[in-house]
Design a protein around this ligand. Sequence first.
Ligand SMILES: Cc1cc2nc3c(=O)[nH]c(=O)nc-3n(C[C@H](O)[C@H](O)[C@H](O)COP(=O)(O)O)c2cc1C
Length: 172
Amino acid sequence: MKQKIGIIYSSVDGHTKKICEHLEELLTVDQLKPELYSIEAFSGNIMSFDTLIIGASIRYGKHNPLIYKFITDEKDKLKAIRTAFFSVNLVARKDTKNTPDTNPYLIKFIKEINWKPDILDVFAGKLDYKAYSLFDRIMIKLIMRITHGPTKSDVPIEFTDWKRVKDFSEKI
Ligand SMILES: Cc1cc2nc3c(=O)[nH]c(=O)nc-3n(C[C@H](O)[C@H](O)[C@H](O)COP(=O)(O)O)c2cc1C
């Protein structure tokens, strides 16, 4: 059966968007492409989708407030279709914190939002010191020092396990 799939993302530096574009490619079947939107640009009716994927990154411990608002406002509709949610963050680079049951941000988010998507996942994000403002760079370095991650790198480090992203697309 051909399914109409929607993908909505919240991405500040573009990494969650990149993951969603990869999902779009993986989920394109017989010229039927998923519809991809940023949370800022989406204004359609989610009931037009058979399946909706929502992906959002973590900044300073939280997903974008627009994601909380969207899910809260659309909860009834979300319950009527098939849904998937994934979070992108750097804590998920650790083997002990990279599943829906072990990633602290995802656990807290699902509890707070009181919504249970059919498919839930978490992917490790990207670390790109050169792209950050001075304040963000200092803060991320501090977090990396505390969590024993790289505190220096001239090149971006992508911690994302793309095989996990493929497995996620296969579940969809
Ligand atoms: C300003 C800033 C704050 C961040 N805060 C956190 C955080 O609190 N916890 C975490 O695990 N990752 C944190 N990250 C890492 C991001 O989640 C990661 O870089 C992700 O790939 C960003 O995705 P995006 O480009 O789609 O926004 C932070 C990154 C930045 C730049």
